[in-house]
Unconditional design. Structure first.
Length: 276
């Protein structure tokens, strides 16, 4: 009876066929010893690079940049990232010129010498230290006393002081009152001066500040000055022979100039009742 393939039994002949197929496939299977276990056993037909092929500097460095030290080419092959930052070098001046953290080692100079442009910081500090050392304690005192000076100077000062204390005037032309340690007192009347009590009787500078001062003549009233005036300035107007005084705000007419004719001989005789 006919049936589906799945319903048919496998006889010996069929089993032999199956066995032949399996053996054929097994023969085509690669030997495990022939299977590559390393990438180096494979053909690099795509051109992939290995670690040995990576050029120097192609990898980024993870090392923190150094602050300073002895110059050297270095041995690291990794590249530095573009945003890397060096640590602040506290042994040098900052970009803004702040040297508060800078230290310097120096020795005092062997002899005095002025600081010059181009000196290193250590050399300049050494010269300054030498000058400060040579100044001595006297340079730092607010006041110099007799005990601070040289012995010879001190001796001279003591002699001068003694001479001034014991000096006696012997010049016969010097009056006795001038030689006395306490000088006499005199009143204003005794020396011909004005007593202080009479001071109010005299005019002060402020009292005569408003006195008229003649400044000159001008041709007409319109020519009178209007600037740089002081109260009391007086000008004569030639056109009218009138004098004008400046009040501080305006010109005030003071009166015209006139001439007094002297008495004649006949006038005098008439007054005196002299008849000829």
């Amino acid at each position: 009876m006919a049936g589906t393939t799945m319903d048919k039994p496998l006889d010996g002949a069929g089993l032999s066929v199956v066995n032949g197929i399996i053996n054929d496939r097994l023969n085509k299977k690669a030997n495990s010893a022939d299977i590559p276990t390393k990438t180096s056993q494979l053909a690099n037909d795509s051109g992939y690079i290995t670690g040995a092929d990576v050029p120097e500097g192609a990898a980024a460095s993870a090392t923190v940049p150094k602050m300073d030290g002895t110059a050297a080419a270095g041995t690291e092959t990794a590249f530095a990232r573009g945003d890397h930052v060096h640590p602040t070098d506290t042994t040098r001046l900052s970009a803004n010129g702040d040297g508060s953290t800078v230290t310097v080692s120096f020795n005092a100079a062997a002899e005095r010498a002025g600081v010059q442009s181009g000196d290193t910081l250590a050399a300049a500090m050494g010269k300054i230290a030498r000058y400060l050392s040579d100044l001595g304690g006297l340079a730092y005192k607010d006041a110099v006393g007799v005990t601070d000076v040289d012995a010879a100077v001190k001796s001279s000062l003591n002699k001068a002081n003694s001479a001034l204390q014991s000096y006696t005037e012997t010049d016969p032309t010097v009056p006795a009152w001038a030689k006395a340690s306490t000088k006499p007192a005199y009143t204003a009347t005794e020396v011909g001066a004005v007593p202080l009590a009479m001071a109010d009787s005299f005019a002060k500078k402020s009292d005569i500040a408003g006195v008229y001062i003649y400044r000159g003549s001008v041709a007409s009233y319109d020519a009178l000055p209007t600037e740089s005036l002081t109260a009391g300035d007086v000008y004569n107007v030639e056109e009218t022979d009138m004098n004008y005084g400046w009040t501080g705000a305006a010109w005030d007419p003071l009166g015209s100039m006139f001439q007094l004719d002297p008495l004649t001989e006949s006038d005098i005789k008439a007054i005196m009742g002299v008849t000829e």
